[in-house]
Design a protein around this ligand. Structure first.
Ligand SMILES: Cc1ncc(COP(=O)(O)O)c(C=O)c1O
Length: 364
């Protein structure tokens, strides 16, 4: 029997190496072996983008990607009484989710809301930063998986540096595969997760945070207090019980990531697979939502071919061991999405394309 291959945007198909690491011995999180595990993960996370541990802290958390994002926003944007004000850029589900998080925490917040299919509007951001000098932080999604769009994070970072505001980057589905310019002084933190481009399992997430930003942090919650997690981890401690086995998986995934050539190699691998899928689908008459130049290498969205419902395509492919992903919201009835993260190869994508061809031929 073929293993099911996950083409959804995380969790990903695991390599055997990462899967086997989940069978390592049970481990108490107050023992030195756990702190060795935690230290290695934190160090390897810094190495993904060559970050200096004196300037950056890799703050490891237990939870899904949204926990990391919520920890970042709720810990780093000061209370309104302390002068904090957040500008959120929205062009998809995940940007909109950041506004919801900010509202839940009583963060003074405003948004620049775009159509889901539109690019980030940097001119509008500049106008807003000029008009509202009270804005202290900007939050934006790097890879908006709603559409597969890669937002122009580095240009936004540069703009934030120019205006002296801090950028909080949502890099959940780009960290490890897409370029992020951490040298921009405007970039204060980036939140991400183990189970996407790094190929770990769900349950571990993290925030790469400037130590200077952590020093000024004032948490709104007990559990998602980024600065206290960072302090405890620097001292080989942990405030609460972490998901030890998710950490085993992440450590092995990071070792495998380095052995396979690091971020450049991962980007090249995804780009090749995404290109293979896009070309193969184009040959079958299936059109992409966005041009390749606007898309991430991690995931792309496609228009459902006329006469084929998502349910039919999904169920047909699932019966053949491929799990694809629906569009969200108003895009649910017109789009499908294919991610090329995880332990996948060109032979897998060739088989996928063959199955799609057969399904479309049967419905013609
Ligand atoms: C950009 C992005 N953020 C977050 C998630 C999932 O969030 P969580 O890990 O909290 O379930 C997804 C999953 O599709 C995603 O694509």
């Amino acid at each position: 029997m073929n293993r099911p291959l996950l083409l959804n945007p995380g969790p990903v198909t695991l390599s055997e190496r990462v899967r086997n690491s989940l069978l390592l011995p049970d481990l108490c999180h107050r023992e030195s072996e756990f702190f060795d595990l935690q230290d290695e993960i934190r160090q390897r996370l810094l190495e993904v983008y060559g970050l200096d541990p004196a300037i950056w802290s890799a703050v490891l958390l237990t939870g899904s990607g949204t926990a990391a994002v919520e920890a970042m926003l709720s810990s780093l944007v000061p209370a309104p009484a302390d002068g904090g004000r957040l500008l959120v850029l929205e062009n998809g589900v995940y940007g909109e989710r950041m506004t919801q998080i900010a509202q839940r925490h009583g963060i003074a917040c405003e948004a620049i809301r775009q159509e889901w299919t539109a690019p980030m509007d940097l001119a509008a951001v500049r106008r807003r930063l000029q008009a509202q000098p009270a804005i202290t932080h900007v939050a934006a999604v790097h890879h908006e998986t709603t559409t597969g769009r890669l937002n122009t994070l580095d240009a936004l970072s540069a703009l934030c540096s120019e205006y002296g505001v801090a950028l909080l980057a949502y890099t959940v589905s780009s960290f490890g595969a897409e370029a992020i310019d951490f040298s921009q002084p405007g970039l204060a933190a980036a939140a991400a997760t183990a189970n996407k481009c790094l190929h770990g399992i769900p349950g571990a997430c993290f925030v790469m945070a400037r130590r200077a930003a952590l020093q000024q942090a004032k948490a709104r919650t007990l559990y998602l207090d980024l600065a206290s997690w960072s302090r405890a981890q620097d001292q080989r401690g942990t405030p609460f019980t972490p998901s030890v086995h998710a950490y085993y998986g992440l450590r092995e995934a990071l070792r495998e990531f380095a052995d396979q050539g690091g971020r450049a190699a991962r980007h090249a691998q995804y780009a090749a697979l995404a290109g293979q899928v896009a070309d193969g689908l184009a040959a079958l008459g299936v059109k992409p939502l966005l041009a390749a130049a606007e898309s991430s290498v991690v995931l792309r969205a496609y228009h459902l071919p006329e006469g084929t419902s998502y349910a039919r395509l999904h169920d047909g492919l699932k019966a053949r061991d491929f799990v694809i992903y629906a569009g969200q919201g108003a895009l649910a009835s017109s789009l499908f999405r294919i991610s090329t993260m995880g332990a996948l190869g060109t032979a897998d994508m060739a088989r996928l394309l063959g199955e799609v061809q057969q399904l479309l031929a049967a419905s013609a």
